[in-house]
Design a protein around this ligand. Structure first.
Ligand SMILES: *[C@@H]1O[C@H](CO)[C@@H](O)[C@H](O)[C@H]1NC(C)=O
Ligand SMILES: *[C@@H]1O[C@H](CO)[C@@H](O)[C@H](O)[C@H]1NC(C)=O
Ligand SMILES: *[C@@H]1O[C@H](CO)[C@@H](O)[C@H](O)[C@H]1NC(C)=O
Ligand SMILES: *[C@@H]1O[C@H](CO)[C@@H](O)[C@H](O)[C@H]1NC(C)=O
Ligand SMILES: *[C@@H]1O[C@H](CO)[C@@H](O)[C@H](O)[C@H]1NC(C)=O
Ligand SMILES: *[C@@H]1O[C@H](CO)[C@@H](O)[C@H](O)[C@H]1NC(C)=O
Ligand SMILES: *[C@@H]1O[C@H](CO)[C@@H](O)[C@H](O)[C@H]1NC(C)=O
Ligand SMILES: *[C@@H]1O[C@H](CO)[C@@H](O)[C@H](O)[C@H]1NC(C)=O
Ligand SMILES: *[C@@H]1O[C@H](CO)[C@@H](O)[C@H](O)[C@H]1NC(C)=O
Length: 725
């Protein structure tokens, strides 16, 4: 038994030690040199373990190494299959389902594509999700999102990752008239809207919007006591805010509603994207980059809305509003070279209000383009089409403004803006001139024309005053008459750009007024001959006079036109362009003539005084003074001292100087008639003769018709010219 036990012990010992001893022997022999991650094949060879390279090749050199193979990078990279990721390990790899997916079996790892059963985890049904209680979880492939509950909106300023959204119930603005404004109809409308919104159910957002628009139509059809722009501003703001809120509860896609009163609403609810979207209807449409609609902050549910509301009746509330010219004023005044005193506006298109998810619409990342439909109007002088928006003021009132908006297409249908509000296309008429000044000019010029005509007729028909001086007077009056007629008819440039007609008018005016001044200088010369060299002949012959009077201005105009034809005509008036210094072709000769005449005038007065004292020092002093005064005043006007006043003092921004200059220039004709005809004894005598003749005719006519009763035909014949007078 002892021997048997010893034998068993030996066998056990051998059994236990054998597996130990064998490898121990190999290991100890390999250990000396087999590199890491390799195994012994024989005493002199090693081989890399599976998953290490070089594989299969026998290693005989102890300096060689075995490197890990990254199975995930091998050409068979799709080793794991769909919705899974390969993970490399030292000498091996494994596959794992992507986040949001898991294996059907519930296991975590697998190694062969054939074992891939990765499927989407429904986080929402398994309550794994982290959605806030104010939101609804919605499952998506591999993930989930937290949307605001219907009728709720993201809390502004809350963190806005797809999973951290927090929401609050939709907020509508308070519908009530602004403080201090009483309006029965607006109050009624506000109550109606408040009730409508109190009962708001997100599932019926479409019906609520329709009811709101119908209430608005009712208000606008009979605005009653809504006349302040404060109410209009408030109404537009509230509408914008309410529609934005309501629209967010609509299902995605396009929503269009046209009310019975032709108020049109178009809005679109779309997933956030970076494409261009167009939304609109007949009256107006808007084109925008959808990133603008969503705004800088994500709305929280991935959807953004943008809409446009156009109403034919909205303009009733915005009537008589003023225009905020702002920076444009300077440009306009520079263009018209005159202060812009007033602007009258005419609304051409219907008013359109815009709303979108993005509430930060003061300065948009990219421009929004509007297209309006409206009937074309011809654009007159000092008029232009503007694309204006309704600008709320700090005191709650409002007015039109154009800053940040511009009309793009040449036909004026497209308007580009870098902010949002309520828009319309308007025709702006700039009153760059004082209307009173225009009236004075028109009336004064007409009076002047009549007087000049009377002068011309007098000089032509009154025989006893025919002389060389009368001829000069006549030509002076003709030049002024023609100049005034051309001024009255053609001075305004209709088209805005300088047309050939305008250039011609400017050149003719240049010629006429220069000619008038040349004849004025001849007048001075005549006076000089008359007073100073009274015994030495008649001065210049008629041919020479005409040559000077009409030839000199022709020469000046010809040279001016040849050197710079562009100088004739300006965008606003058909007169010489003063900016390029071209006006000097008028001012230069003028200054020269006036200077010469002033010298002649001084000499004449001096000689006159001397003569009066020479001939009869005791002669009625009174008469002498009177004659001198009258002559002096006549000369002052005839020789165009008013133009001196105008040239050196004229400043379009100084109202009073403008008035005085306009008055004096316009009345030149009247003064000429007064000085040259009415104060001339011979002319007055002649007028009296004519008056007597006319009266005598009438008297005899009257006698004959009443006396005999036979010459009624004669009376009838004479009547037409009488009534025509
Ligand atoms: C995966 O399994 C299939 C069959 O089950 C087999 O043919 C294939 O060789 C395996 N692939 C790998 C990389 O083990
Ligand atoms: C949203 O929540 C995730 C965790 O769910 C967090 O990592 C992330 O910073 C949060 N985002 C914001 C903007 O708070
Ligand atoms: C509003 O939309 C619902 C479906 O969302 C529809 O059933 C209903 O007819 C719509 N109402 C109107 C007035 O269009
Ligand atoms: C606009 O002005 C006209 C007269 O100038 C006036 O009759 C009308 O009531 C005004 N409209 C508004 C809305 O102020
Ligand atoms: C819209 O705006 C975004 C961001 O400003 C820009 O990346 C994108 O290119 C724009 N899309 C188009 C069509 O211009
Ligand atoms: C305003 O809208 C009405 C109704 O759609 C339309 O008949 C009218 O022509 C529009 N007015 C303008 C100026 O477009
Ligand atoms: C608001 O202020 C503007 C000037 O900024 C003024 O012309 C207008 O009359 C004011 N309106 C009211 C209602 O106070
Ligand atoms: C946007 O519109 C404004 C005003 O019309 C214009 O000055 C600006 O150049 C426009 N910007 C772009 C990018 O078109
Ligand atoms: C106005 O111009 C735009 C493009 O500039 C064009 O698409 C449109 O047809 C024009 N409309 C009219 C009425 O000429």
């Amino acid at each position: 038994m002892g021997g048997a036990r010893r034998h068993l012990a030996l066998v056990l010992c051998t059994l236990l030690s054998l597996p130990e001893a064998g490898p121990q022997e190999t290991k100890s022999s390999c250990h000396k040199w087999c590199p890491a991650n390799s195994e012994c094949v024989s005493i002199s060879t090693c081989r890399c373990k599976p998953g290490f390279t070089p594989s299969k090749m026998l290693i005989t050199d102890p300096t060689e190494t075995c490197e890990d193979i990254n199975e995930c990078l091998l050409p068979m990279a799709a080793i794991c299959g769909k919705y899974a990721t390969c993970e490399n390990t030292e000498g091996s790899y494994y596959c794992m389902c992507n986040p949001g997916y898991e294996l059907k079996s519930g296991a975590k790892k697998f190694t062969n594509q054939s074992e891939n059963t990765c499927q989407d985890v429904d986080e929402c049904s398994t309550r794994q999700h982290q959605c806030h209680s104010s939101t609804v979880c919605s499952n998506s492939a591999g993930s989930y999102k937290c949307h605001c509950r219907p009728g709720w909106e993201p809390v502004p300023g809350s963190s806005s990752g797809p999973k951290n959204t927090t929401c609050r119930e939709l907020l509508f603005p308070t519908w009530a008239p602004p403080m201090g404004v009483n309006s029965q109809s607006f109050s009624c409308f506000s109550v109606e809207v408040q009730n409508l919104l109190r009962d708001f159910n997100p599932d019926n957002a479409n019906t609520t919007i329709q009811k709101l628009i119908e209430a608005l139509d009712k208000l606008l059809e009979a605005p009653g006591d809504i006349e302040t722009h404060q109410l209009a501003t408030q109404l537009l703001l509230n509408l914008e805010q309410t529609l934005r809120t309501l629209a967010q509860s609509l299902p995605k896609g396009l929503f269009i509603y046209t009310s019975p009163s032709n108020t049109e609403l178009s809005l679109i609810k779309e997933q956030e994207n970076t494409g261009i979207t167009t939304v609109g209807h007949n009256q107006a449409s808007m084109e925008l980059n959808w990133t603008v609609a969503a705004g800088a902050k994500s709305s929280g549910n991935g959807y953004a809305v943008a809409g446009i509301l156009s109403s034919p009746n909205m303009q009733k509330l915005l009537a008589n509003a003023s225009l905020n010219l702002d920076k444009r004023q300077v440009a306009l005044e520079e263009f018209y070279d005159s202060p812009v005193r007033d602007v009258s506006l005419k609304l051409l298109s219907n008013v359109s209000s815009v709303f979108m998810t993005n509430t930060d619409t003061k300065k948009l990342a990219s421009n929004v383009t509007f297209t309006f439909s409206y009937s074309r109007e011809s654009i007159g002088p000092r008029q232009e089409l503007i694309c204006a928006f309704w600008q709320g003021q700090s005191n709650g009132s409002g007015r039109w403004a154009t800053e940040g908006c511009s009309i793009q297409s040449p036909n004026g249908t497209e308007c580009t803006c870098n902010h949002l509000s309520s828009f319309a296309i308007l025709m702006a008429h700039y009153h760059v001139q004082d209307p009173r000044l225009e009236l004075i000019t028109k009336v004064g010029l007409l009076l002047s024309l009549i007087c000049l005509l009377l002068c011309i007729l007098t000089f032509l028909l009154v025989r006893p005053i025919q002389s060389s001086r009368t001829t000069v007077h006549l030509h002076l009056c003709i030049c002024l008459f023609l100049g005034s007629v051309i001024f009255l008819v053609g001075i305004e440039n209709e088209g805005g750009e300088v047309s050939p007609r305008c250039r011609l008018v400017a050149a003719l005016l240049h010629y006429c007024f220069l000619a008038a001044f040349c004849w004025m200088s001849l007048e001075g010369l005549e006076l000089y001959f008359l007073v100073v060299r009274v015994f030495q002949g008649q001065g210049l012959s008629t041919r020479w006079r005409c040559l000077i009077g009409y030839g000199t201005p022709l020469l000046i105009v010809a040279i001016s036109a040849a050197s710079n034809i562009q100088g004739y005509g300006r965008p606003t008036y058909c007169w010489l362009d003063h900016r390029s210094g071209f006006l000097w072709s008028f001012v230069g000769p003028l200054a020269f003539i006036i200077l010469c005449n002033a010298i002649i005038f001084v000499i004449t007065v001096w000689k006159l005084t001397k003569k009066f004292s020479d001939i009869n020092p005791d002669m009625k002093k009174l008469k002498k003074v009177r004659v001198l005064t009258i002559t002096a005043i006549a000369q002052l006007f005839v020789l165009g001292c008013t133009w001196v006043f105008g040239l050196f003092l004229f400043n379009p921004h100084s109202t009073w100087l403008s008035y005085i200059f306009t008055l004096l220039t316009c009345l030149q004709g009247f003064f000429l008639y007064l000085m040259l005809c009415l104060l001339n004894k011979k002319v007055r005598e002649e007028y009296r003769k004519w008056a007597c003749m006319v009266a005598g005719n009438k008297y005899s006519e009257f006698n004959s018709s009443t006396g005999t009763g036979t010459s009624q035909n004669q009376t009838r014949v004479l009547r037409p010219p009488e009534s025509g007078m």
